[in-house]
Design a protein around this ligand. Structure first.
Ligand code: SF4
Length: 369
């Protein structure tokens, strides 16, 4: 497609018109990423006119690596009964939370494999005990595949599960396990929940009044049409519920994975920036887009701030899942602030719902605005 035609699509979107599926496909087929970046940056600036780019201080706690399904893109899981399985104790989890709070953290992202033996009571006990010990600390836990697994074990519908977990102290839900929301792709690489089940869990999450993020991991054998369908499904659900706080795309990390040994082409930096920019332009009903510096590296992660992202994500005190598959980038708060400033923005700590967090050196107690 010629640059003129690409610009026509971008001009329509900049004039406030919703992008069609056909237009989205044309953009993703084009190599004209500079034009897409400029348009995505303009839409980002309109949504966030304060010139602020946010980041969060939290950590990922993976409470267990036991998993009873197989995803060929995953290097983290261990089959039940394998010698190197683990389940974190309550004390171990608390130790990690104490470290996070000492660094100014506001919450944790806690996820695990799909344990075959844990019913809803196990999750409720954990959440209740953590809420009691750390009131105000945000528990952003359990992706849709874990909720679906709970549904299979406890024989409860998604809405009942979400209402009970919310009552026990769950603050919000991470959007993990989406990968590509298209069963043609999902069935080839995983035996976990289907596209509709992932979307239905999210619908239940939003119905009980919780918010969640939405994610996308591409480069797992998907084609452009699958990526477009993924975006369409997220946009449709957001139209229905308005419950997504953010969209976070990243690329498949191949090391130590069965799929990585099979797949020849992996997404490049250009693919990532294009996907991010097109997502910002297509998903006109989502406010926040996160740069995935953990998978793309700090430098490309910084450039992503000019391709539609308004958030640098987490300082990642701990991460075990994508790092097991080869994403070994590291950053502390100072580094993220530096990268944000050098890209021309004002760095600002946020909490899990994207509210700004203010803390002073003398008074580490967090205040939410
Ligand atoms: S991605 Fe999650 S569900 Fe899939 S194998 Fe890994 S831990 Fe299990």
């Amino acid at each position: 497609m010629s640059s003129t035609n690409i610009q026509t699509i971008l001009d329509r979107v900049l004039a406030g018109q919703r992008m069609s599926v056909e237009e989205c496909t044309l953009l993703l087929e084009s190599h004209d990423i500079a034009r897409m970046g400029v348009a995505a940056d303009e839409i980002r600036a309109r949504r966030h006119p304060d010139n602020v780019v946010t980041y969060i201080i939290d950590r990922n706690i993976n409470y267990t690596n036991v998993c009873n399904v197989v995803c060929t893109f995953c290097a983290f899981y261990r089959r039940p009964g394998a010698p190197d399985t683990y389940v974190r104790t309550f004390e171990e989890i608390c130790e990690k939370i104490d470290e996070t709070i000492a660094l100014g953290g506001t919450g944790v992202l806690m996820q695990g494999g799909l344990h075959p033996d844990f019913g809803i009571e196990w999750y409720e006990d954990l959440l209740r005990s953590l809420r009691e010990k750390y009131p105000g600390f945000q528990l952003h836990c359990f992706s849709p595949p874990e909720i679906h697994n709970l549904h299979l074990i406890s024989k409860l519908d998604y809405e009942t599960i979400m209402a009970r977990l919310k009552a026990a102290g769950l603050y919000s839900l991470p959007g993990g396990g989406a990968e590509i929301l298209d069963d043609e792709v999902r069935k080839r690489v995983a035996t976990k929940c289907t596209t509709d089940e992932w979307l239905d869990v999210m619908r239940a999450v939003h119905r009980v009044g919780l918010r969640s993020t939405a994610t996308m991991m591409f480069g797992i054998g998907d084609r452009i049409e699958h990526r477009v369908r993924h975006l369409q499904r997220i946009r449709d659900l957001q139209d229905e519920t308005g419950g997504f706080t953010a969209f976070i795309p990243w690329t498949f990390q191949r090391e130590n994975t069965a799929l990585g040994r099979k797949i020849k082409d992996e997404p490049t930096g250009v693919d990532y920036l294009k996907m991010l920019a097109v997502s910002r332009l297509f998903l006109d009903n989502i406010d926040n887009f996160q740069s995935s510096w953990l998978t793309q590296g700090l430098r490309l992660g910084q450039v992503a701030l000019r391709f539609g992202a308004n958030d640098m994500g987490s300082i990642m005190i701990e991460e075990n899942v994508v790092s097991a598959a080869g994403a070994n980038n590291r950053a502390d708060e100072k580094m993220l602030q530096f990268l944000i400033r050098e890209a021309g923005f004002i760095p600002q700590q946020r909490d899990i719902l994207y509210k700004h967090v203010h803390r002073s050196e003398r008074e580490p107690a967090l205040q939410l605005t």
